[in-house]
Write a protein that binds this ligand. Sequence first.
Ligand SMILES: [Zn+2]
Length: 302
Amino acid sequence: MEMATSSNQVALAVDIGGTKLAAGLVDKAGELLWSSADLTLAARSAEDIFGTLSRLLDEALKASARMDLTPIVVGAGCGGPMAKEGRDVSPLNIPSWRKFPLKGALQKSSGLETFVDNDAKAIALAEAWVGAAKGTKNFIGMVVSTGVGGGLVVDGKLLGGQAGNAGHIGHVIVEPEGANCVCGAKGCLEAEVSGLSIQRRIGMPAKFASLDERKRAGCLTGRAIACSANLLDLKLAVIGGSVALGFGSVFFASAQRELDRLACLDFSFGSKVVPAALGENAPLIGAAAVGFSGLGIVMLGD
Ligand SMILES: [Zn+2]
């Protein structure tokens, strides 16, 4: 990884998540030095939500001055879908943001060069940079939480695709004729194991799920990973998010068992699934990685 000489340079990281907005200051070693968050209320207007984000940016800039840090870039992770490079975003969980010009708005508000990417891809970058996939050139980073998302690192590069949406493992089919998915298909991983889907199945929040339900979620996740490992020649899946980490070892053991059963090609056999290392800091560290790599500073796989 290339490091610039100035040690007090930081990225101003922005996370636009399902339940909150957050801003942070992250240094070039991937350490989160300061952060602040505010609840996202989905019913608020587009301007209200960006107003809150601007206030968090101001707080971050003031904190950086106090701490003698120099922000050199803004990096943001945001729910999809989005147009290429996040020029406009339409996160499913923020109904008032449809084709919202996030990149330009952040750039104007901060005065800094700005890079935006999908939040799950940002988390994959964070795990590759300083987390459980450090030093790995081929893996999938996943979030199994309220929704299910992912990002693919192949040959040391975060895959983009036509519009930047590569890695949507939540919409790999794991149960033919399974539950209806928000995307219009049936039996997608997200429709079977996301926190919201599990709540719909069991009639209470996912944290109250039975042992069998936890095993089932792990098994179906392992199935989707096996498809990805066979398709893309991967040997590692790193999973974060409240459902996966909350279900814990039962979830991961079931995922590994199903992966062992279905990843049978010479190159995919022996693939591993492990918990994410960065926990709740992953979205902000990932957003910073989006910013630094936009400037060419974080080089994965080097
Ligand atoms: Zn779907």
